[in-house]
Design a protein around this ligand. Structure first.
Ligand code: PLP
Length: 424
């Protein structure tokens, strides 16, 4: 076996020229960004540049290791800045949004009541304690705000909580945009309500962050969770950004090397580190963190308003085209004009959704998602509502989802519409 020592490559010629181009395979139409978005050039380039230097993080004195440690900590800074982290916030790298929300669930002070809505992805329903309050899915964004205000007023009623007149902690957990419908939730208003009632709020930004700027300080949310692989940064990193106090007081999410400041001879003689290290035991995912930071930097430098407008134009084309197909029925929670990101869920009346997805892939090289999208309570309810709204009795029990983003084109949208027209 030979070992080739290679110097770090010169920056990729395309570097910075089109950092938000995405990689893909010619001919294949990827309309499944909401599950996993394609890799941005910025992420691919930064990983290719770092690979020759790839070595341990936080663990070595060698030049390679020092460079990797620096790259990892710079990535933390870049990601924190991108999401508006405040002094006192921690930026903890995780595997994905699910991992970030589970970490927060494990860090809740004893007796915390978590309030969610039934429209959440399972990642924002299942990690929370059993005694969590699950509010019904609202019919419009303003109803969500009213329902939260009423629920928090009740929880804060003197003597109402398990602690009697003491105010136990409350955490509100909401999504920024639904992974089923793409509809945006009124995060800033919900945060204001939470604040008024002395509750904290965590934003599941898995679907919002790829489509719109998200800033924890501007929104006044306490925590934010995202997945790199939905934000054009594969390699398996996510992040939890937010208030350091609960995180520093909690037992480490993962126990092991890197999370301690002192380990004595006795079994339980351990002092845990504070800061992000407390929850990041083990060798961290350097490439994932660096890829995520590269995309954050590229998005920060981009004209987000222009990207948003282009995506909205495509989304409108897609929804208009679907509305013109008599057997295609869209799923939605709010009114048809409610703001949404580039996600549309739908059914083809009289056709099994898994069969449709397979046909789109096999006959048309189009990738969409089918099923209940890890949001079973919401998806089932919206399927029932779609049946009632359309007056059809032949809607299937699961749905299809098309989702777009950077690199999506009118040709992609039109190919899906033509394929649906052919099979519907
Ligand atoms: C709104 C939302 N939250 C959380 C998640 C979980 O993300 P991950 O699978 O990357 O942990 C998803 C994934 O689809 C999602 O759409």
């Amino acid at each position: 076996m030979t070992v080739t020592l290679v110097p770090p490559p010169a920056p990729h010629p395309a570097r910075d020229a089109r950092p938000l181009d995405v990689l893909g395979v010619p001919g294949q139409v990827n309309l499944d960004y909401a599950a996993t978005a394609p890799c941005a050039r910025a992420a691919a380039d930064v990983v290719a540049e770092l690979l020759p230097w790839y070595a341990s993080v936080h663990r070595g004195a060698g030049a390679l290791s020092r460079r990797c440690t620096l790259a990892y900590e710079r990535a933390r800074q870049t990601v924190g800045d991108f999401f508006g982290a405040r002094p006192g916030d921690h930026v903890v790298f995780t595997r994905n949004t699910t991992d970030a929300l589970n970490l927060l669930a494990r860090a809740l002070p004893a007796g915390t009541t978590v309030v969610t809505f039934g429209g959440e992805h399972h990642a924002n329903l299942l990690p929370w304690p059993r005694a969590s309050v699950r509010l019904p899915v609202p019919r419009e964004p303003a109803e969500a705000v009213r329902a939260l205000a009423a629920a928090l007023a009740e929880l804060r009623r003197p003597g109402a909580g398990p602690g009697g007149d003491r105010l136990p902690p409350v955490l509100v957990a909401v999504t920024g945009a639904s992974n089923v419908t793409g509809e945006r939730w009124p995060v800033a208003e919900l945060a204001r309500v939470a604040r008024r009632h002395g509750a904290r709020i965590v934003l599941d930004a898995a679907q919002l962050a790829p489509h719109a700027p998200v800033d924890v300080a501007a929104l006044d949310v306490d925590y934010l969770a995202v997945s790199g692989h939905k934000l054009y940064a594969p390699f398996g990193a996510g992040v939890l950004v937010g208030r350091g106090d609960w995180l520093d007081a909690a037992p480490p999410y993962l126990a092991g090397g890197g999370a301690t400041s002192h380990v004595g001879a006795a079994t339980h003689d351990v002092r845990w580190a504070t800061g992000p290290a407390r929850h990041e035991a083990g060798t961290p995912n350097l490439l994932g963190a660096v890829a995520l930071a590269a995309v954050c930097a590229a998005l920060a430098a981009a004209d987000r308003a222009a990207l948003h407008d282009a995506e909205q134009a495509l989304l409108a084309r897609l929804r208009r085209g679907m509305a013109a197909l008599p057997r295609v029925v869209e799923l939605r929670t709010f009114g048809p004009e409610a703001p949404r990101v580039g996600i549309v869920s739908f059914v083809v009346a009289g056709r099994d959704s898994a069969d449709v997805a397979a046909e789109l892939a096999g006959a048309h090289d189009i990738g969409v998602r089918d099923g209940l999208f890890c949001a079973h309570p919401l998806a089932r309810r919206l399927l029932d509502e779609a049946a009632a709204r359309s007056g059809r009795r032949d809607l299937p029990p699961t749905a299809l989802r098309a989702s777009i983003g950077l690199g999506s084109t009118t040709e992609h949208v039109d190919r899906l519409l033509a394929a649906l027209a052919a099979l519907a």
